[in-house]
Design a protein around this ligand. Structure first.
Ligand SMILES: Nc1ncnc2c1ncn2[C@@H]1O[C@H](COP(=O)(O)OP(=O)(O)OP(=O)(O)O)[C@@H](O)[C@H]1O
Ligand code: SF4
Ligand SMILES: [Mg+2]
Length: 328
């Protein structure tokens, strides 16, 4: 039977807010609400949405850096929702994360070589120091770092090179699933494509599976097989890349897409400007969370909670106003 690579079922993550006289829980931030999807081996799922919509929290739940409040996560046919101790450490090897700001995530007092070697030591992957060093050299070469650069420190590198170090460190332990948490957002546009191309090359070579997080739909377009759009902790639209960029159906996804500059100045596509800020996930709006900002909202949207439904082939959307097979 074919293995389930990653299955996410109704995952919820709330952060309690302590306060009051006795420091008890006075409220909670509902960072991720009832998220479900499946990921096949070798696939890339793009995860997009504005700041604070829960992308990083979901990414961290998937690889069990944090424990979901409820729901279920299955990785390679194993329920990993609540694993801990030794088993969790073993899993960590298979599931890695690449962070947005490589500078903040690299120890400034360690050489590049030591940074890449550290996870190999933690996971006790090599008996001999020589073999371990060889692995560091091999992985450095794979991400485009030269051997003579390995004795240097992070501050001596450019942003793009530092991100190569972050990638090397994540890949050193031969993971299978990688959460790329805005890996190019802090980089110059000219460097972004290089890092994205490197990640795609490595995926081909090593058969990696990615969850690729970004604010910007443009960034994930070429990397992703499928894209999920999040709003206030929920996935509101999920489709294959080709489908989503041509037929966005959710008003929020349409607005995000319309913000991408088009090369054709005669294009009739109207830019949709969203008014208002993203509401607080401590106290989300009633009905459809998007209703206070939605250009297509009707009265029912204030009370009725939409659920994800199939609207076109390989295309699910959570909106009361989108009927099946209704394209834009
Ligand atoms: N440890 C925590 N304790 C309390 N609240 C948290 C914690 N981590 C995240 N949050 C809150 O959960 C919500 C989702 O945060 P998250 O970092 O997942 O969003 P994001 O989509 O990754 O945002 P960004 O694009 O800014 O990185 C936010 O309201 C955030 O303030
Ligand atoms: S359910 Fe209503 S408010 Fe929500 S996205 Fe659809 S039209 Fe807009
Ligand atoms: Mg984030």
């Amino acid at each position: 039977m074919k293995k389930t690579f990653l299955k996410v079922e109704n995952v919820v993550k709330s952060f309690p807010i302590a306060g009051g006289l006795f420091g008890g829980e006075v409220a909670s931030v509902k960072a991720v609400q009832d998220v479900s999807f499946e990921l096949k081996k070798g696939e890339t799922l793009g995860l997009v949405g504005e700041s604070g919509c829960g992308k990083s929290t979901l990414g961290r739940c998937l690889i069990r850096l944090i424990e979901p409040t409820s729901g279920k996560i299955t990785f390679q046919d194993e329920d990993i929702t609540h694993v801990s101790g030794h088993r969790l450490r073993e899993l960590r090897r298979k599931m890695q994360i690449i962070f947005q700001d490589p500078y903040a995530s690299l120890n400034p007092r360690m050489t590049i070589s030591a940074i890449i070697e550290e996870p190999l030591i933690i996971h006790n992957l090599f008996d001999s120091n020589g073999d371990r060093r060889n692995r560091v050299l091999q992985i450095a070469e794979m991400v485009g770092l030269r051997a003579d650069q390995l004795t240097r420190y992070p501050h001596e590198f450019s942003g793009g090179q530092r991100q190569r170090v972050g990638i090397a460190r994540a890949l050193a332990v031969e993971p299978e699933l990688i959460v790329c948490d805005e890996p190019v957002s802090a980089l110059d546009v000219s460097i972004q494509a290089q890092v994205i191309n490197l990640l795609m090359e490595l995926q081909q070579k090593l058969g990696l599976t990615y969850v690729f997080i970004a604010h910007d739909l443009k960034v994930v377009e070429h990397v992703s097989n499928r894209v999920a759009v999040m709003y206030l902790g929920k996935i509101v639209e999920l489709a294959s890349s080709e489908e989503l960029y041509v037929h966005p159906l959710h008003p929020y996804a349409k607005a995000l897409l319309s913000a991408i500059p088009v090369p054709d100045p005669n294009s009739k596509d109207q830019r949709i400007i969203l008014t208002g800020d993203v509401p607080s996930p401590m106290n989300p709006p009633s009905g459809c969370h998007f209703h206070p900002r939605c250009p297509q909202a009707v009265d029912a949207c204030k009370v009725q909670v939409p659920t994800l439904e199939i609207k076109r082939e390989n295309h699910i959307v959570s909106c009361l106003q989108v009927s099946p097979e209704n394209s834009r």
